[in-house]
Design a protein around this ligand. Structure first.
Ligand SMILES: Cc1ncc(COP(=O)(O)O)c(C=O)c1O
Length: 348
């Protein structure tokens, strides 16, 4: 058999459903309900035949410079990637020897174990408490740790002190996955100045409303970036992603305005769900993780909503099985969600 032995037992990552239809309400993959900046469409319109004929900038230099400027870093400290997922995959290849150990909290982003398996590494899971908090153990004996901050699917953020404790107790590298940080109270960016074994990843898929173009980036020490540059694909981001990303980064006002609207809607829906008897975790993201009222069936509600073309996410399992993860949409969308929820609960 020409297929490598280690591939047979692998389980591919299962992304949230991408249904299509006129009337559906998609609150299942934490996309942004608002459109990207109009500057993005201008940038697309300005693409020439030459832009398409030629290879893109190998490192996405213009975009990389703009990101560095935005965060007060040197361009050598930034790597632009094909979605932040690529950034995570590169880390498994660059920072662990064969058979090394990858740590992550459970539950957190379910891609981490998949990437660990693909790289033939050992996955070390650190279970969260039943309230989804985490006491960092005395020793975090792994080569590399993926920390989702704020966490998904829980929507909770850890304190900067706790994160520093993790960094100090973990002898290897720590990647702080800040996919949702624009909806949160603080970023861990200042830690890059203090620790040279810390990396931060970001994505354009959430706050910039650009999940379709697959763009993310990684920030860290120039030394670690140099290692990653050696192993990335030569042209890992295309000309569309680079131009669109640049236009989006330069329109911070647009992104911030949408993030503010989402935070506002998030607070309103949190109150509404709490009023209905749900226990909603204090979200620092663009989604809610809500426990259904006692005696109610989360999976049943999920399935009934689905029949009505309202898509949310359900994660079976001891810790998460009574919860629904609900992406925050526009106010109008969330009104529809709340009204359909009231209907289905009568019958589940
Ligand atoms: C924690 C976390 N990190 C990374 C990603 C993926 O980001 P991207 O679309 O840039 O690959 C997601 C997507 O849902 C996520 O939840």
């Amino acid at each position: 058999m020409p297929i490598r032995k280690s591939i047979d037992p692998l389980h591919a990552y299962v992304p949230g459903e991408q249904p299509s239809g006129q009337n559906l309400l998609k609150l299942n993959t934490n996309e942004n309900a608002y459109p990207p900046s109009p500057k993005v469409f201008e940038a697309l319109g300005n693409l020439t035949a030459d832009d398409l004929r030629k290879y893109p900038q190998p490192t996405g230099k213009d975009l990389c410079d703009a990101i560095a400027e935005l965060h007060g870093l040197a361009p050598e400290q930034v790597l632009v990637t094909n979605g932040s997922d690529e950034a995570l995959a590169l880390c498994t290849r660059a920072f662990c020897e064969h058979g090394g150990r990858i740590g992550y909290m459970k539950p957190s982003y379910s891609l981490y174990p998949v990437l660990s398996d693909i790289a033939e590494l050992e996955s070390v899971e650190f279970p969260l408490e039943s309230d989804f908090s985490w006491q960092v153990p005395e020793a975090v004996d792994v080569d590399f740790f993926f920390l989702t901050q704020p966490n998904a699917p829980t929507s909770l953020a850890m304190s900067a002190d706790q994160i520093e404790t993790l960094i100090q107790r973990c002898p290897g590298g720590v990647l702080i996955d800040e996919a949702y940080v624009d909806f949160a109270e603080e970023s861990m960016l200042p830690l890059l100045k203090k620790y040279d074994n810390v990396l931060i990843s970001r994505t354009f898929s959430k706050s910039y409303s650009l999940a379709g173009i697959r763009l993310g980036y990684l920030m860290g020490s120039a030394k670690w970036m140099e290692a990653l540059y050696k192993i990335k694909d030569s042209y890992n981001t295309d000309v569309f992603a680079q131009r669109v990303g640049l236009a989006a980064v330069k329109d911070q006002a647009w992104m911030q305005q949408n993030a503010t609207a989402i935070r506002g809607t998030r607070n309103r829906v949190t109150k509404a769900l709490t009023g209905l008897g749900f226990s909603v975790l204090p979200s620092q993201t663009n989604f809610l993780f809500a426990k259904v009222p006692s005696g109610e069936d989360a999976q049943g509600i999920f399935e009934s909503l689905r029949k009505r073309e309202i898509f949310v996410r359900y994660f079976p399992g001891e810790l998460t099985g009574e919860y629904l993860r609900i992406t925050i949409g526009t106010d109008e969308q969330m009104d529809r969600f709340l009204s359909e929820l009231a209907t289905v609960r009568k019958y589940v």
